[in-house]
Design a protein around this ligand. Structure first.
Ligand code: PAF
Length: 284
């Protein structure tokens, strides 16, 4: 099956209705484009379980706050289409903002307590915008399974809760973060690092690993957050937006019921802000 590119909801739904008559399953990979191996690994996972793979590319204005990088977000639709075709995507949905948001009725979807921490705290309204577009995309595509990367661990946790709480039909599949050889998490925003910052950026993952070893030694959450922050600022020119240790996927303080811990961080470089995390299973 070759790649078909569609720009309107109507075209997409017509295509999917035809394919569904043949009883196929649909795997969905929502993205904001400027594809890298992280996105391609979502497609690879999707191909293992679904007959038809739909990818969306839409830089969603609703999830960017004032002064954030909506305009500067990297875009290259020709290259994206080539990579999507090579990866085995069947339908690439690339709507315009007018197609996705033809009118503004003012209804908002408010994420719950999981959005109070991490990126939700430093980017107010970000997850409202993510849930808005994700709900629209789920309704438009009606996928059997949807694939999200663990680099955006908070986004993934909130979307899992959203799907569960609102009985959305799709199954959410978690896909591990893909990394460069030196440990830097693949991200569309890495292209905005200067040469020096690119060399320094693996310090983020190294610091998170240090954090994981401190968890194993029983060091307190506060001390771990401080030591991870210190390791990042000592070994890079990045400044800390946050470093937080929480229970995952609840994103609250760790307690006796916690099954996994996340140490997550956001680090600001001169032209971009990178996020990364490490998840540590708790014994017992
Ligand atoms: O993770 C992303 O790229 C975006 O937040 C998503 C899920 C495609 C919604 O715009």
């Amino acid at each position: 099956m070759d790649l078909t590119i569609v720009h309107t909801i109507q075209e997409l739904q017509q295509l999917l209705n035809e394919r569904r008559k043949q009883g196929v399953s649909v795997g969905f990979v929502p993205t904001m484009g400027f594809l890298h191996e992280g996105h391609l690994s979502l497609v690879e996972q999707a191909r293992q379980k679904n007959d038809v793979i739909v990818m969306s590319i839409f830089v969603n204005p609703a999830q960017f706050g004032p002064g954030e990088d909506f305009e500067a977000y990297p875009r290259d639709t020709e290259r994206d289409a080539r990579l999507a075709a090579e990866a085995g995507v069947h339908i690439l949905f690339m709507p315009t903002p007018e197609e996705m948001y033809p009118q503004e009725g003012g209804i908002r979807i408010l994420p719950g307590p999981q959005s109070a921490e991490l990126c939700g705290a430093s980017r107010p309204g970000h997850f409202d915008g993510v849930l808005k577009v994700v709900l629209k995309l789920f309704n438009i595509v009606d996928p059997d399974r949807s694939y999200f990367g663990m680099k955006d661990a908070q986004q993934l946790a909130i979307i899992e809760t959203f799907v569960r709480d609102f009985n959305l039909r799709t199954e959410i599949v978690r896909v591990p973060t893909v990394r460069e050889q030196d440990g830097l998490a693949k991200s569309s925003r890495n292209v905005h690092l200067t040469e020096t910052e690119r060399l320094e950026a693996p310090a983020i993952q190294q610091a998170l690993r240090l954090g994981a070893s401190l968890v194993a030694e029983g060091v307190s959450a506060n001390d771990i957050e401080q030591q991870v922050s210190k390791a990042i600022v000592t070994n890079s020119s990045g400044s800390i937006d946050y470093v937080s240790l929480l229970a995952y996927p609840e994103l609250k303080k760790v307690d006796a019921d916690s099954k996994e811990i996340i140490i997550a961080c956001a680090v600001k470089f001169s032209k971009t802000r990178l996020i990364d995390n490490i998840i540590i299973p708790l014994k017992g």
